[in-house]
Design a protein around this ligand. Structure first.
Ligand code: SF4
Ligand code: SF4
Ligand code: SF4
Length: 168
């Protein structure tokens, strides 16, 4: 592994708020020890992992969801992953103002795809129902991202989220 190349790519990864993989230990350890071998990419049952910024694997929810199958961790030859019994990550969904409800257009695609039922629609007087997101219930699986017709949902580090439509 070319150490100088690793150092070169590190800064951009530190600033990246998109998730890399579930169950990762420290980000610093990931960028130091991941060899970018691509085994996790091949193992992902929903094909959401691709080698991205600097050649490091990153999940892409615009393709599909994470099923938390743990295959990426199982096949990785390096010591990068936490035990499966621990929470996989601390990322959550957020819904932007471009949501169709803001245009008074009925759509519940995100709610229908959300297995933990973290998105509920609340009836409004004289308007279509609006989504309410429960951060507590959101697993960060990303299933709501690809089904949104206006690409209004992103899933990222909980501290980076927009606050729109968060449940009261
Ligand atoms: S399998 Fe492990 S070492 Fe290989 S690219 Fe994926 S995370 Fe990196
Ligand atoms: S846990 Fe499974 S579905 Fe999720 S990123 Fe890893 S291999 Fe893909
Ligand atoms: S990321 Fe998964 S759990 Fe969270 S709101 Fe979207 S579908 Fe539901």
């Amino acid at each position: 592994m070319d150490i100088s190349r690793r150092r070169f790519f590190k800064p951009s990864l530190r600033n990246n708020t998109e998730p890399h993989l579930p169950w990762l230990k420290q980000p610093e350890q990931f960028t130091r020890d991941c060899t970018r071998c691509g085994k996790c990419v091949e193992s992902c049952e929903t094909n959401i992992i691709a080698l991205g910024d600097g050649g490091f694997p990153t999940v892409h929810f615009e393709k599909d969801e994470c099923t938390f199958c743990y295959q990426c961790a199982d096949v990785c030859p390096e010591n990068l992953f936490l035990d499966r019994s621990l929470p996989p990550w601390n990322i959550k969904a957020s819904i932007a103002d471009s949501c169709l409800a803001n245009k008074n257009v009925e759509c519940r695609s995100c709610s229908e795809s959300c297995e933990p039922m973290a998105i509920q629609f609340k009836l409004q007087v004289g308007k279509v129902a609006e989504p309410r997101l429960s951060l507590e219930d959101c697993s960060g699986c990303g299933a709501c991202v690809s089904v949104c017709p206006t690409s209004s949902i992103k899933v990222s580090n909980v501290n980076q989220n927009e606050k729109s439509y968060v449940s009261e």
